[in-house]
Design a protein around this ligand. Structure first.
Ligand code: FES
Length: 122
């Protein structure tokens, strides 16, 4: 198996069994984002304490890439500083995904990052 197909399997696995999927009882921040092109949507909830992410959950319906990227991103930001999150870019998401994302699927991969960025603006 090539490493790309291994990561593809990993993406599909995260789609079927997403990490950090659900709702928090007392989020300090949350945002609902959607991709108007396809109608997929996700809500990210955070607990921020002393400028750090102490807990995070997401919920939503979407394609494998949008759900897998939300899984990977929510894992990645646990205990992360809010300032560091503000500086996360498209390239960080692509690094987490480990598979080539075609320009047309880029919106799917970035939905979680856009939603996360909006959730910490509040
Ligand atoms: Fe909608 Fe991917 S097809 S976010």
């Amino acid at each position: 198996m090539t490493s790309h197909s291994m990561y593809k399997e990993h993406i599909l696995d995260l789609y079927k069994n997403p990490r950090n999927f659900g709702e928090l009882a007392n989020p300090t921040n949350s945002h609902h984002g959607n991709n108007p092109l396809c109608g997929d949507e996700i809500t990210i909830q955070l607990i921020i304490k002393d400028d750090k992410i102490v807990d995070v959950k997401f919920k939503g319906v979407g394609c494998a890439i949008s759900i897998a990227s939300a899984s990977l991103l929510t894992d990645h930001i646990k205990n992360m500083n809010v300032e560091t999150i503000k500086n996360l870019t498209k390239d960080d998401i692509l690094d987490l995904m480990h598979i080539p994302i075609s320009p047309i699927r880029l919106k799917c991969a970035l939905l979680s990052l856009e939603t996360l960025h909006k959730s910490i603006e509040k």
